[in-house]
Design a protein around this ligand. Structure first.
Ligand SMILES: Nc1ncnc2c1ncn2[C@@H]1O[C@H](COP(=O)(O)OP(=O)(O)O)[C@@H](O)[C@H]1O
Ligand SMILES: [Mg+2]
Length: 190
């Protein structure tokens, strides 16, 4: 059986053509999709052995996800999107933590804006903020740069790497975007 691991705190790229299974793998590692075979461990816990409720709780507390389609809640503010992420992780709402992460991404002025009014680049920063606001052990990002021009591609990558390293999280990026390959020494080719 093929084995793959990323040491805690390191960054890795999962690269492959469209349809090669990158999003499926991200879904399995996030505990959103059950594999038909094999096992997945995250931060020392085997999530593929957990029941659905335990897996949901584990994901909320330990994994930050930046999905390909961002899934922000459009009708509420940026701040409320992050507060909801805190509540779902079983934490009390902590506006100081929210202000700190928005500030580190340069979007503190957007806290009161409704998510549906954001530009694509702003929305992506908010999705990154939501992924790291609970200081997860693992950050998963699915095609975070594929829709971006070169300048914004570099920015998004720098933000993801910076935010993951600020919380000592492991970072796994799934992509078919070969522009970012040179930034990673660890890659899994599907
Ligand atoms: N829920 C599903 N059930 C069955 N097949 C699926 C499902 N989701 C995706 N697939 C198929 O699995 C393959 C990999 O898809 P995906 O993980 O989305 O690839 P990628 O993200 O690399 O483009 C594709 O052939 C896709 O059609
Ligand atoms: Mg995909």
């Amino acid at each position: 059986m093929r084995e793959w691991s990323v040491p805690q705190g390191e960054a890795s790229l999962v690269i492959g053509a469209s349809g090669s299974g990158k999003s499926t793998l991200i879904g399995i590692v996030a505990g959103l999709v059950s594999p038909t075979a094999g096992r997945v461990g995250v931060a020392g816990e085997e999530i593929t052995a957990m029941g659905a409720l335990a897996r949901d709780a584990f994901r909320a507390a330990n994994i930050g996800l930046v999905p390909q389609t961002l899934h922000l809640i459009g009708v509420v503010s940026v701040r409320d999107n992050l507060r909801i992420a805190q509540r779902l992780a079983g934490r009390v709402v902590d506006d100081h933590a929210i202000d700190a992460v928005l500030g580190s991404l340069g979007i503190e002025a957007l806290a009161g804006n409704k998510a549906r009014d954001l530009s694509v680049g702003e929305a992506q920063r908010v999705a990154i903020a939501r992924a790291v606001v609970n200081r997860p052990r693992l950050v998963l990002a699915d095609e975070p740069t594929s829709a971006l021009d070169d300048a914004n591609c570099d920015k998004a990558l720098a933000l993801l790497l910076g935010q993951a390293s600020a919380c000592a999280a492991t970072l796994v990026i799934a992509t078919h975007d070969r522009r970012i390959r040179s930034h990673f020494t660890r890659t899994l080719e599907l």
